[in-house]
Write a protein that binds this ligand. Structure first.
Ligand code: G6P
Length: 485
């Protein structure tokens, strides 16, 4: 067993000492084979870690989560100003709880059933068992009266188990992905248990107002909860309110300072220039950056771009599309299928349109460090975010934060949470391929004046709403006592 060394000379964690604890399925770092990284650790994928890591690095506290490797038990350790408390998962639990219930039941169900969700009782049993384990780990680390902030769809039963173990705690929950309308949520055989699990939190946060409304409608419909102005009140036999759970939107954001700093860094600027040169200095670089996930609308984007090339509205000599698709959930069947589909489409587009000098789509099935991402944002004239459904989409916000000179165009799906804040983006319905095509053409030809006007408006929003503010808003609301309305 590998036990990471203490850094910063801090003593090992004593359970029961933490006043502030984040609980998420993943820790901010993943265990990887030694040959893939110098110290055996790598930054975990996805928006949740992108958003929470800077918050935790600055405020400190403990982070309870899985370290990404099955069948490996690790001791708590100190990293980047936090105590990391690993929760172990067996290979079977990875299959049933993580790949199964979390990512083949809840993920598609919560994302508009873009892929059909599967319902299996064995997966549900594993989900309950693992949620109990996370709750135990948090309960063991929390000081008296501590604040515990539970994250995302993998852990919706944790507020309930934690409340049973430690009634003294203040418990918040934040859902990073959409919450579906009750008409879709109704399919879940364990819909009551999920809603009751969440309602044990003092505050349940969502990305969008529509997610909050969906949750409250489900609370009313499936557990008969008394909902009054975003409060769900539990009463004793005498009708006295004994517990109030509140629900509200808290749109998540990014570490704006970090992205701005990198965007002004001479090495990053030089790298952006290099990227443009390596592509033969085309007039326009279009960019897509996503986890390789069927919710992201990558095939829709490629279809639109391919048709524009075929119709010669865009010429391969003038434009290049860079598509970063970072590997994700690679053992789940729908993700394997998506990879085949995407790679088939990219192959066909490139086969048809490439010249010896020019490649239509640079497809990169990798993840990259943030420095390289910012260089790509600086190099790209048009950013394409065409998700079919997305809780927020932080890539859209990072692109805007990086564009300090107010140039560039953002094509943004109205089905991404970010559309609520970035109203001056070029908004699209990605299912409407003709609409997507005309919006891409519009973005490519956007006048400098219009591009600047739109980018300024979006930057005003992003610069005043960073992820620190998001966490402060949530945690301040969580600390205030709810008055029955
Ligand atoms: C999304 C989810 C996160 C998840 C991330 C990466 O951002 O909201 O909870 O961690 O995707 O997915 P993975 O399954 O690799 O953790």
């Amino acid at each position: 067993m590998h036990v990471p060394k203490e850094s910063n000379g801090k003593p090992a964690l004593h359970p029961g000492n933490s006043d502030f604890i984040v609980v998420s399925n993943r820790l901010p770092v993943d265990r990887v084979p030694q040959e893939e990284s110098d110290d055996g650790w790598r930054r975990s994928p996805g928006g949740l870690v992108t958003a929470l890591a800077p918050v935790m690095a600055s405020r400190g506290g403990a982070w309870v989560g899985w370290h990404g490797a099955p069948d490996e038990a690790l001791e708590p350790f100190h990293h980047d100003n936090m105590d990391l408390i690993p929760v172990g998962l067996s290979a079977e639990e990875v299959e049933l709880y993580y790949e199964g219930f979390s990512n083949s039941t809840l993920w598609p169900l919560y994302h508009d059933v873009i892929a059909p969700p599967e319902f299996h009782r064995t997966w549900w049993d594993a989900y309950r068992t693992v949620n109990q384990r996370f709750a135990h780990a948090a309960a063991g680390a929390a000081a008296k009266g501590a604040t515990v902030w539970v994250q995302d769809y993998q852990l919706q039963l944790v507020p309930r188990y934690l409340r049973q173990l430690r009634p003294d705690l203040r418990i918040g929950f934040f859902n990073h992905i959409p919450f579906p309308p009750p008409e879709i949520f109704a399919q879940l055989p364990w819909r009551k248990e999920i809603i009751s699990g969440l309602l044990e939190a003092d505050l349940v946060g969502f990305q969008r107002a529509s997610d909050t409304a969906n949750f409250l409608r489900s609370a009313r419909r499936f557990v008969g909860a008394g909902v009054k102005a975003a409060q769900v009140q539990s009463k004793d036999q005498d009708g006295k309110v004994v517990h109030i759970s509140r629900a509200a939107p808290f749109p998540i954001s990014i570490d704006v300072g970090q992205i701005q700093e990198l965007a002004a860094n001479p090495d990053v600027i030089a790298r952006a220039k290099q990227i443009r040169e390596d592509l033969g200095n085309p007039k326009t670089i279009l960019l897509g950056v996503d986890r390789l996930d069927y919710t992201k609308g990558i095939t829709h984007r490629l279809k639109a771009y391919g048709e524009l090339l075929t119709e010669k509205t865009i010429k391969v000599e003038d434009a290049a599309l860079i598509q970063v698709a970072s590997p994700s959930r690679e053992r789940v069947e729908t993700y394997k299928q998506l990879r085949e589909d995407v790679e088939g489409i990219v192959g066909r587009i490139n086969g048809q349109h490439d010249t010896i000098q020019n490649t239509a789509v640079r497809y990169l099935h990798h993840s990259y460090p943030v420095e390289e991402m910012v260089a790509l944002y600086l190099a790209a004239d048009v950013m394409l975010v065409t998700a079919l459904r997305d809780g927020m989409n932080l890539v859209a916000k990072e692109y805007v934060a990086a564009r300090g000179d107010n140039t560039g165009a953002l094509v943004l799906s109205e089905f991404a949470g970010a559309a609520d804040q970035l109203k001056s983006a070029l908004l699209v319905n990605p299912h409407d391929i003709d609409g997507l095509k005309s919006t891409i053409v519009r973005a490519v030809n956007l006048s400098p004046a219009e591009s600047s006007r739109r980018m300024r408006a979006m930057r005003r929003q992003i610069l005043t709403h960073d992820v620190q503010r998001w966490s402060e808003d949530f945690l301040t609301t969580l600390q205030t006592e709810a008055e029955p309305v």
